[in-house]
Design a protein around this ligand. Structure first.
Ligand SMILES: [Fe+2]
Ligand SMILES: [Fe+2]
Ligand SMILES: [Fe+2]
Length: 445
């Protein structure tokens, strides 16, 4: 079973598409404001774009740009979205106005979608020049960005906010109509209003949206996606997850490296290593739905806050399970906080019932958490962490995996702890087995 999943995982393009979908889902679960926002904006923008007669290529660019437009919002002024006031405080407002630039930087790192970065950058520009970040006006604003501006407004107005209830379709049409030529490009605004009046607007549905994205992918992606591209996308996903928690920079990557090294010591197959590599990067996917105030809290968590933290393995695993190309990674993610003696969370399995990849991720995750500084405590030394793993063998950790972990060579730990994603040189990490941790053929074997 795992073998089969690993096979599909290594098939470059489906793995890439799966990661992209995970990115979109992760973004959509980051906070109440973003909940499904991107997908809904993408669906609405597609309808407006079609009504305007955009070409297939333009529609494809529009679909991805719409869905990624708020990528930079993850981890940004999040608690502000829970504030029941109409106007955000100036400080939060300034932060929020940075999001198109942050989105642009992230989209520029997505292999094959780099050219969409300017569309994302300008999705808050107004037709009359009063928008941000640059105050572009009229046709200087990219066509797709003008359509996103309308779709974004329509979707946002249709959702409940802490300071107001959702607007009715008539109220939304009224607001768009009064903003044509000001905030909204006339052609895009009128296309929306025409659809509204003719009853031609379709309500969001996830299946149709997936079809739109698949078609868009056919226009924008090459027939094969290479391993370095997939690794780059994995790394971007990890950085989006980590944007929620400043203490975890590089955590996912270090867990991935350690997990593959342990797999080498245990003699696991290349396909299992490839699953662990991706699983390490994605194990904390669900953390994106834990509020920032909980993740960055310096004191002891309340029972309610801890309950939110405890949800993260399940949230992440559910997302992975809903994406066919990533389904095989879900057991490792769902159970990476279980304890060997059954006292971990979610508390569903113990001992050898814990899926093997979860057993491995648990030890690597534990080691990296112990040796990293966290909001609530200072880090422990490498020697203290190893001691802790030895003591916790058979209690928190699988004895077999703990032993394999303790057998890893010192220089591997030094390299892993020293590296940071931005200065990372794969060749600098010595490999404990003959299998290259960074083998360029990880997904193309
Ligand atoms: Fe936005
Ligand atoms: Fe975790
Ligand atoms: Fe973790």
């Amino acid at each position: 079973m795992i073998q089969d999943e690993a096979k599909s995982l290594r098939a470059g393009r489906s793995f890439y598409a799966g990661l992209l979908e995970a990115l979109i889902r992760v973004m959509g679960s980051a906070n109440a404001y973003l909940y499904d926002h991107g997908r809904k904006v993408g669906f609405m923008a597609h309808q407006i774009g079609r009504a305007m007669g955009l070409s297939d290529l333009e529609l494809a660019r529009l679909a991805f740009a719409s869905v990624l437009a708020d990528l930079g919002m993850v981890g940004l002024a999040e608690d502000a979205w829970e504030t029941p006031v109409r106007e955000l405080p100036a400080e939060d407002r300034a932060l929020v106005e940075e999001h198109p630039l942050r989105s642009q930087d992230r989209v520029a790192e997505i292999p094959h979608l780099e050219s969409l970065a300017p569309l994302v950058r300008h999705h808050h520009e107004w037709w009359n020049g009063n928008g941000y970040p640059e105050g572009l006006a009229g046709e200087d604003i990219p066509l797709e960005s003008r359509i996103i501006r309308v779709a974004d407004t329509v979707v946002a107005l249709g959702q409940d906010r802490p300071h107001r209830p959702a607007c009715s379709p008539e109220e939304i049409a009224e607001i768009v109509s009064s903003g044509v030529g000001l905030e909204f490009a006339p052609q895009a605004g009128r296309a929306y209003l025409h659809l509204h009046r003719e009853g031609g607007l379709r309500a969001f549905d996830a299946t149709s949206f997936r079809e739109i994205i698949c078609e868009a992918a056919d226009h924008l992606l090459p027939p094969e996606v290479t391993t370095p591209s997939n690794d780059q996308l994995l790394s971007l996903l990890a950085s989006v997850i980590e944007a929620k928690d400043p203490y975890t920079a590089g955590h996912s990557r270090r867990v991935a490296i350690l997990a593959v090294a342990v797999a080498g010591t245990l003699g696991l197959s290349d396909s299992e290593k490839s699953d662990l590599w991706a699983g390490g990067y994605l194990h904390d996917l669900g953390k994106v739905s834990v509020p920032l105030r909980v993740l960055s809290k310096a004191g002891v968590l309340s029972a309610e806050e801890f309950a939110l933290v405890k949800d993260h393995p399940g949230v992440g695993a559910d997302i992975l399970e809903s994406i066919p190309a990533l389904r095989g990674l879900s057991p490792g993610v769902r159970y990476h906080h279980e304890w060997w003696n059954g006292s971990g969370y979610p508390g569903e399995v113990r001992g050898e019932e814990i899926p093997p990849h979860a057993q491995i991720l648990a030890v690597c995750d534990g080691y990296d958490a112990m040796t990293s500084q966290r909001a609530y405590r200072d880090s422990r030394t490498h020697a203290e962490a190893l001691e802790e793993i030895a003591v916790s063998s058979g209690v928190q950790f699988s004895p077999r995996v703990a032993a394999a972990f303790l057998a890893l060579p010192d220089h591997l730990f030094e390299a892993v702890r020293a590296q940071r994603p931005e200065v990372f040189d794969p060749d600098a990490v010595p490999c404990p087995t003959s299998w290259g941790i960074y083998g360029g053929s990880l997904y193309s074997l």
